[in-house]
Design a protein around this ligand. Structure first.
Ligand SMILES: [Zn+2]
Length: 324
């Protein structure tokens, strides 16, 4: 199934206009929660840039090769410090060579907030020294963890989670029964028959679990086990204040064993966002008054930075859960 973009229409149309005018800045940094669509948006823009017609015509040399294998599209993600350094050094050499097929060289640097600090000076040099034909597409979940010098050299835009109503409409359209079997990892049985729930209930369930993140919705559609996991995480996170310290600790331990810490914190952040939205809509101030609400928001953000610093997941999770 094609990875169509849901939501963030103003941002997408703005980026498309920059392509049309051939005015894409040297670096574009999209920031937003995990699986909200940052990379998908940038991929769609890259597709237009590599097309010689700037339309994704499907016929030109650029379109035929595609973004995945295109010689003028380079990629570097967070990795071990040494290999990251090597990757960036290689990038420094490569960006001076002219594009092979088109007239732009696109460099994807995903999740730069997770790059080792040690690599930052080198990365900055890459951004500063790049010839005019190079375009950097950067993504980050946590903008605070991106060096200010890198931010200031980029056009920063936020990618927002999709509001529940729009999300539900879009998903209902996209996953009309006919399309269900095309889903990745869905196997031979449609997701609905795996769980015995009908399509409408399934969409409701996914909308409520995915927190406006289309990438997560896609994964949840194709994987009933993952849905069960998310449901149990959500139940635990929502009832945290009723749990004893022992129960909280046990929950943290289970998550650490499965290596799911980051995903659970992402879910917690999306639940907190939903609650903020609910408060704003209904002016139910008592929800926001619950004394640890804003503290939990802060600690869940700190957790992301603590994972990056390789602090054991269990300690990080307990820090968040014990004070909820
Ligand atoms: Zn084309």
């Amino acid at each position: 199934m094609e990875n169509r973009i849901i939501g963030n229409t103003a941002l997408v149309s703005f980026l498309n206009k920059l392509v049309d005018a051939d005015k894409m800045p040297t670096a574009v940094l999209l920031a937003g929660p995990a699986m909200v669509g940052k990379a998908t948006i940038l991929e769609s823009i890259a597709k237009r840039i590599i097309c010689t017609e700037r339309t994704v015509c499907g016929k030109c040399a650029g379109c035929l090769v595609g973004v995945g294998n295109h010689p003028d599209v380079l990629r570097l993600g967070p990795s071990e410090e040494e290999s990251l350094r090597k990757g960036i050094s290689n990038l420094l050499k490569r960006i001076y060579q002219k594009p092979v097929l088109g007239n732009k060289l696109i460099v994807f640097l995903e999740n730069i907030d997770e790059f080792h600090w040690a690599s930052s000076p080198l990365l900055l040099k890459v951004l500063e020294d790049a010839p005019t034909f190079v375009i950097f597409f950067l993504t980050a979940e946590n903008l605070d963890a991106v060096l200010p010098t890198i931010r200031s050299r980029s056009m920063v835009r936020l990618v927002s989670p999709i509001d529940q109503k729009t999300f539900k409409e879009e998903l209902s359209q996209r996953f009309a029964v006919g399309e269900m079997h095309e889903l990745p990892q869905a196997g031979e049985v449609s997701p609905s028959s795996q769980t015995g729930v009908n399509g409408v209930d399934l969409i409701d369930q996914i909308v409520s679990l995915a927190g406006g993140r289309p990438g997560l919705a896609l994964r949840l559609f194709g994987d009933s086990e993952l849905r069960e996991k998310y449901k149990s995480w959500r139940a635990n996170l929502s009832n945290m204040s009723d749990k004893t310290i022992g129960e909280r600790s046990q929950f943290a331990e289970t998550i650490e064993k499965a290596g799911d810490g980051k995903e659970v914190i992402n879910l917690l952040q999306s639940l907190l966002r939903d609650r903020v939205a609910e408060v704003a809509m209904t002016e139910k101030e008592h929800i926001a008054n619950s004394k640890n609400f804003f503290g939990t928001i802060r600690r869940s953000r700190e957790a992301t930075a603590m994972f990056k610093a390789n602090i054991p997941q269990r300690l990080v999770l307990e820090y968040v859960f014990f004070n909820q």
